[in-house]
Design a protein around this ligand. Structure first.
Ligand code: IMP
Ligand code: MG
Length: 170
């Protein structure tokens, strides 16, 4: 059963808040947004449309082994960046930080390419579930626990198309 957690309007407000902070922090400098597929495709597309900085959008897809509701920490890149990020201001856009394993892996990998700066923008942070140290620089919502779907976020590839965010309940 799906129970609504964040409405379309609440999400819009959160996205706008994040966009304003990013604009302020980057003062018209160019930003490369790295959209982590598939979960952040809607979030990224809304976010970048609120940001007036000169921007480049690139995409990456990684998969963690296993189809469960938990990352295992073994991560492979199935679609790599196309842009050269060396010396650039990069913002990694992620749907959810859960254990942090996915982001830590990607962050370390991107840092090796020597960007000028690398920030993390996450729509939802499940802080209490973190197993490795990784912080979101720009976070839309913080939740305790629960498996969420909608607004690009899936359960077994379903529900990405829902405009609101729901928590799955037994
Ligand atoms: P982590 O590596 O444990 O931080 O997992 C992060 C990834 O797991 C996210 O990018 C999501 O794809 C997925 N994930 C974590 N929690 C949820 C959830 O509640 N709903 C859907 N996907 C989730
Ligand atoms: Mg994901």
């Amino acid at each position: 059963m799906l129970k609504r957690l964040f409405s379309k309007k609440e999400i819009e407000e959160a996205v706008q808040r994040l966009a304003s902070r990013i604009e302020k922090d980057f003062e018209n400098k160019e930003i490369i947004f790295v959209c982590l597929l598939k979960g952040s495709f809607i979030f990224t597309s809304d976010l970048v449309r609120h940001i007036k900085n000169p921007s480049i959008i690139d995409f990456m897809r990684v998969s963690s082994y296993g189809k469960g509701t938990q990352s295992k920490g073994a991560i492979t890149i199935t679609k790599d960046l196309e842009e050269d990020i060396q010396g650039k201001n990069v913002i990694l856009v992620e749907d959810i930080i859960d254990s942090g394993l996915t982001l830590k892996y990607i962050r370390d990998m991107l840092m090796a390419k020597e960007p000028k700066s690398l920030k993390i923008c996450a729509l939802v942070d499940k802080r209490a579930r973190r197993v490795v140290e990784v912080e979101g620089d720009y976070v839309g919502f913080t939740i305790e626990d629960g498996f969420i779907v909608g607004y690009g976020i899936d359960y077994a590839e379903r529900y990405r198309n829902l405009p609101d965010i729901y928590v799955i309940e037994e």
